[in-house]
Design a protein around this ligand. Sequence first.
Ligand SMILES: Nc1ncnc2c1ncn2[C@@H]1O[C@H](COP(=O)(O)OP(=O)(O)OP(=O)(O)O)[C@@H](O)[C@H]1O
Ligand SMILES: [Mg+2]
Length: 395
Amino acid sequence: MCKFLAEQIFKPGSFPEYTYVSRESLDIGVNYEVRLKQALKISGCLTSIIGPSKMGKTVLCEKVIDLENLVEVSGVDFKLNDDFWTVIGTKAGLPMSGEFIEGKTVKDNTSDDLYYKKDKFVLTKDRVIDYFKENGKVLVLDDFHYAPEDIQLHIAQQLKDAIRKEFKAIVVSLPHRADDAIRKNADLTGRLSLINIENWKNDELEQIAKRGFEKLDINIDDELVKNIAIESLTSPQLMQYICLSICTLLDTDNSKITQIPEEVLKRAYKFTTVNFEYSDVLNTLLLGPNPRGNKRKIYITKSGKELDIYGLIVEAVSINPPSMGFDIEEMKCRIDNLIVNDSKPDKQQIRESLNKLQSIIDEKENIYKVFEWKDGKLYILDPLFLFYLRWGNHK
Ligand SMILES: Nc1ncnc2c1ncn2[C@@H]1O[C@H](COP(=O)(O)OP(=O)(O)OP(=O)(O)O)[C@@H](O)[C@H]1O
Ligand SMILES: [Mg+2]
């Protein structure tokens, strides 16, 4: 029997053939694959998939659509003044312009008696649409939020027209970022199939580890699987990463390991963080806004750290139990529990500091958008960042 390598089983960066987990969408209790298949069958409709980063949007499209029919284009591929159809056509492998020959093929040295007709063409919208229809191709416009805003609207218009002609397309984007051009576009009302990808639940994450280790012929106790799922912070990608780290640390490819030992877990969590580079993000948060010469109050924590309010907020987010969202009550409670001395920051102070951190993040690039403080709640947007806070070597 051919033994699998760990890297073939756990795939944090690409399509996980052996550890693919099918999930039910919460709203109607049908799995996502069926929903997407169904959506693609409704001719004249555009499919919009929205979901948080790294929750399996691209993997879902790759699962449902055969590789040879899938034409993937990313929002970053579109620059101002690019013609939408030229970009799509080129990605699909169509020549931009040229000659095509109709009739019999030209054979060696015998072309005299053969009839053929040469035609010139340039890549046009109609030609691209026909090519997609004739060959059963589906356009997946991934990371749509990365396309510049005015281009998003232009694309939406082009797609609106194309889907009437039975062109099949899926637009994939992050929540709140790009839904205006598609989901709130009046022109597309009634012409959309909407799929919202939810965060992963722990029992769904657990299946990744269970399937993978079974395939590798290695036992792992349910308790350990549960623990890894909790630390994966709703992210299937983290689950894949951690399982692969465990295999690397135990050298499962070359050793005869039959059981995963508990002691490897913490080492694997720490080892996994070496792939994540968030030190600039963390330092920016810890620094907070410019203090303009004022000294900030320092609090002593139970673990002996000296932290200002921004340090306390970061610490409160990182401690147990791991959570992807906190309301102000919970933040206050976590911060209070950290501090030794009597004087503790009040809720108003915590709120104001979170407001300031949010404005700092708003001005920065995407990698800094690790959380969102909105309507009195702090949402962790990037599970990898929280994982880095919990296990990274930055303390
Ligand atoms: N159904 C699944 N079963 C098992 N693992 C999965 C599944 N979906 C996603 N993953 C894991 O998560 C990783 C990230 O998935 P994917 O790239 O599809 O996320 P995404 O939502 O498209 O992210 P982004 O917003 O960055 O484009 C995959 O490479 C895979 O390791
Ligand atoms: Mg993706």
